[in-house]
Design a protein around this ligand. Structure first.
Ligand code: LLP
Length: 441
């Protein structure tokens, strides 16, 4: 188990997070329950912000809010003086409702809807990352009709293959994201945007994938983006003043993954910044503002999910299923990516694991698993099961499959625990259901 001062086994042998005993949390808030450790989140935001400020100068950290979005996380990001990126009208609305400063918001998306672009312009979103000709046309016209000039970046694909799951790779030649720097597509798009009177191109954006551990992948992407910056300066006479390298830093899920501490994440950013500085000197470029967009590495390890063990089914010579009161509706990542997690019996956390089990959810679907071959002490019905590292892409990818309510989220810090997302009720689930008159007869 990957412990730290805010995630450990306490003297009662219970799992403790942010000073709160998980057994008490389950009693007070019930299960299934997402729990997020505020200090961990703030520490990570600070690590990124301070590294750029102290070791580079001009630049920004954006929290990639797709990893976990709710009003409170935008409030924390605002207090920590970082920006955020949003990828939909819904994320933007949530940020605006939290009072997040619009000028510190970047908007992404490979297919932004006209209504989303209008909304972004009306909110005064600072930067929009353009990813299609149709978007450039729409934004230019929409900015013109508002009498404004919108700051934009172009999303480019540097063609770096990062070692991660195929679904979360984003910069391979076959990607729906960005314009390739290799085949001239990016250059043509930039020329097109430079011709738009109501768009002000500030620079380029790339994102090579997610859950990446190889520093070299980030360094390579930075080198390619700088070489591209030089090329565009020479061919189009445009010198980028902003380079956004996206997110993607890996996190610990199981002992197969590296454990990276604050210093480790600092060294990822440092490697990127050093590459930019070196590249600028070599190519005679002005030092651009550097933007990074970490999501997972800010919230993933801050989060755990608490479940109550229910049915236990042992199929001789096949496997043992330990079923919990959650499942793919709160964590679809095993189903989608065969992601691995570390489970802990939170009420008996000091006990040594002694058997391999599959942790199943409660949905009517055989594939509804949290994980297979998970190492646990002998679990019994009523035990409290914690799954670690669920702060990113769990709540944000949750669904109401089988009309299960999405679990609430509590934020813990120094033993205090508060809802940041309240429990969904059955009433919430049917809120938008309508029975047309003719069906009532
Ligand atoms: N910036 C852009 C443009 C992105 O597309 C992403 C993630 C990020 C930043 C943040 O990357 P991070 O630091 O979180 O790795 N649902 C998948 C992950 C999809 C990531 C999509 N883009 C999962 O559960 O693993």
């Amino acid at each position: 188990m990957h412990t730290r001062d805010t995630l450990k086994v306490n003297e009662k042998g219970h799992l403790e997070i942010g000073g709160a005993d998980c057994v008490d949390l389950a009693k007070k808030f019930s299960t299934p329950l997402y729990v997020l450790d505020e200090r961990h989140i703030r520490n990570m935001m600070r690590v990124y912000r301070e590294t750029i400020a102290n070791e580079y100068g001009e630049g920004t950290v954006l929290y990639a809010s797709k990893a976990f979005s709710c009003k409170a996380i935008y409030a924390i990001a605002a207090q920590e003086q970082i920006g955020v990126d949003v990828v939909s009208g819904g994320e933007l609305y949530t940020a605006m409702q939290a009072g997040f400063p619009a000028d510190k918001i970047y908007m992404h998306g490979n297919n932004k809807l006209p209504a989303e672009m209008d909304y972004a312009l009306d909110c005064g979103v600072g930067t929009i990352v353009v990813d299609a000709y149709s978007e450039a046309d729409y934004l230019d016209a929409a900015a013109k009709s508002r009498g404004i000039v919108q700051k934009v970046l172009v999303r480019v694909n540097p063609g770096v293959e990062a070692h991660t799951h195929a679904y979360v790779q984003t910069a391979t030649p076959d990607s729906k994201f960005g314009f390739s720097v290799q085949d001239g597509a990016a250059e043509s798009m930039i020329a097109y945007i430079l011709g738009k009177k109501h768009l002000r191109l500030a620079g380029f954006h790339c994102h090579i994938g997610s859950q990446i551990f190889e520093k070299e992948s980030f360094v390579l992407a930075a080198q390619k983006l700088l070489a591209f910056t030089l090329k565009i300066k020479n061919t189009l006479g445009f010198e980028a003043s902003v380079l956004n390298f996206g997110g993607g830093f890996g996190v610990w899920y199981t002992d197969e993954d590296e454990q990276i501490d604050a210093e480790g994440y600092r060294s990822y950013v440092r490697a990127l910044l050093e590459t930019v500085k070196k590249g600028c000197t070599e190519h005679g470029l002005k030092k651009p503002a550097v933007v990074i967009e970490p999501g997972r590495s800010i919230v993933a390890e801050a989060g755990i999910t608490l479940y109550t063990v229910g049915a236990i089914k042992e199929i001789p010579n096949v496997r043992k299923y330990v079923a919990v009161d959650g499942g793919m509706f709160d964590n679809p990542r095993y189903c989608l990516y065969q992601s691995k997690y570390t489970p802990v019996l939170a009420n008996r956390a000091a006990e040594e694991p002694c058997e391999l089990v599959s942790v199943a959810g409660k949905c009517c679907e055989s594939g509804d698993l949290i994980g297979v071959n998970m190492n646990l002490p002998k679990a019994q019905s009523g035990d409290l099961l914690a799954v670690l590292t669920t702060g990113a892409y769990n709540y944000s990818m949750a669904s109401n499959y089988n009309r299960n309510p999405v679990p609430p989220v509590v934020l813990v810090n120094e033993g205090k625990a508060e809802y940041i997302v309240k429990p969904q009720t059955y009433e919430d689930i049917v809120r938008n259901d309508v029975i047309p008159e003719y069906l009532k007869r």
